[in-house]
Design a protein around this ligand. Structure first.
Ligand code: ACO
Length: 313
């Protein structure tokens, strides 16, 4: 996370909002904002270094870098190539995936398929965003919702897996969807080919909310059915941290108890593609997620895009 944090109270000194309104509607109390000159690639690089250390892998052992972002440093090249250069691993493929808030789920699916196709063994997957740069800070209906951050994981092919009960450790299945008909509900009103500017995020919140609950519920069911599992088999739901009410509604539809849900939105706000890996990092770091646990990650974002990944840690 960037160091600078921005509380609801501080926001309320700048725009017509209140801590009570934001907490009641979203569960968000705080978010982090990148400093001037601090770029998506800086956040991504820091997360990458941490993930490699945690995996006990040298950057030189990587075969591929996939970075999910909707807020790249520049229109091109891919932010993944900047991270690659800083890691000192020239030569391996590195590219960005653009699926907004579902970006990390999409990137995990891409990485998993590279591994399953035998084209990579060690893949760095990053979700990194500086949404503060595409927010209209005078639009209280959107600017209170988002924050900056980055998270990363290392996926590694293993031929045999040690440990009882962990035969299927790793990603069990991935499920991706998109529906471009809903572009106008959540988009950025600029871009290199349209306005020549970066633009600002625009959203029809109520409609997004409704679609999010429906799509996330159905993709979680799809992931469970693909693996012949019941919701009780999930040890941890690691949802996209957009809004606590979306998470609560989805969990209720799936009859998942609150104790099985990793919630970080209160402290981070919606960090788009960084949100799932940030939540994952928190629950792994504090010891909640343990080896062998079944975790279900899901996300939904602009496009619309949505998806889920079922994995055994
Ligand atoms: N502070 C105070 N009042 C506000 C604020 C604010 N920050 N924002 C809006 N309001 C006011 C509105 O102006 C409106 O006032 P009015 O009744 O006088 O017209 C009132 O609050 C209600 O506005 P609604 O938009 O109807 O509020 P709603 O209950 O729908 O909550 C919210 C808005 C939180 C955006 C909700 O629709 C939502 O969570 N949608 C999901 C959006 C989301 O999470 N998107 C993230 C990207 S997509 C994803 O990641 C899944």
């Amino acid at each position: 996370m960037p160091q600078r944090s921005l509380s609801n109270e501080e926001l309320a000194t700048k725009i017509d909002t209140s801590d009570e309104w934001i907490v009641a509607r979203t569960g968000i109390s705080n978010r982090h904002i990148a400093a001037d000159g601090e770029l998506t690639s800086d956040l991504a690089y820091n997360a990458a270094v941490d993930a490699l250390a945690s995996a006990g892998l040298a950057a030189t052992e990587l075969d591929l870098i996939v970075l999910a972002t909707a807020t790249p440093d520049e229109t091109f090249p891919a932010t993944a190539t900047k991270v690659q250069a800083r890691l000192g691993v020239a030569g391996i493929p590195a590219f960005d995936v653009q699926a907004v808030c579902s970006g990390f789920i999409y990137a995990l699916a891409v990485a998993d398929n590279f591994i399953k196709a035998g084209q990579a063994r060690n893949v760095l997957v990053i979700g990194a965003e500086t949404f503060s740069r595409i927010l209209d800070w005078e639009d209280r209906t959107t600017c209170v919702l988002f924050g900056d951050g980055a998270g990363a994981v290392v996926l590694r092919a293993e031929d045999t897996i040690e440990g009882a009960g962990c035969e299927q450790r790793g990603i069990m299945s991935t499920h991706l969807h998109a529906d471009g008909r809903h572009h106008d509900m959540l988009y950025v009103d600029g871009g290199p080919s349209s306005t020549g500017t970066a633009g600002f995020l625009r959203m029809r919140g109520r409609e997004v909310f409704r679609h999010a609950v429906g799509n996330l519920t159905s993709v979680v069911i799809e992931a469970l059915e693909a693996n012949n599992m019941e919701p009780e088999a999930i040890d941890w739901l690691v949802p996209h941290q957009a809004n606590q009410r979306i998470i609560d509604h989805t969990a209720k539809k799936l009859k998942l108890p609150a104790e099985k849900i990793v919630l970080t939105v209160g402290e981070h706000g919606n960090t788009s593609a960084a949100s799932v890996p940030l939540a994952l990092n928190e629950a792994v770091s504090d010891g909640r997620i343990k080896q062998g646990h079944v975790i279900l990650m899901e996300a939904m974002g602009g496009g619309f895009t949505w998806g889920a990944v079922l994995a055994r840690w």
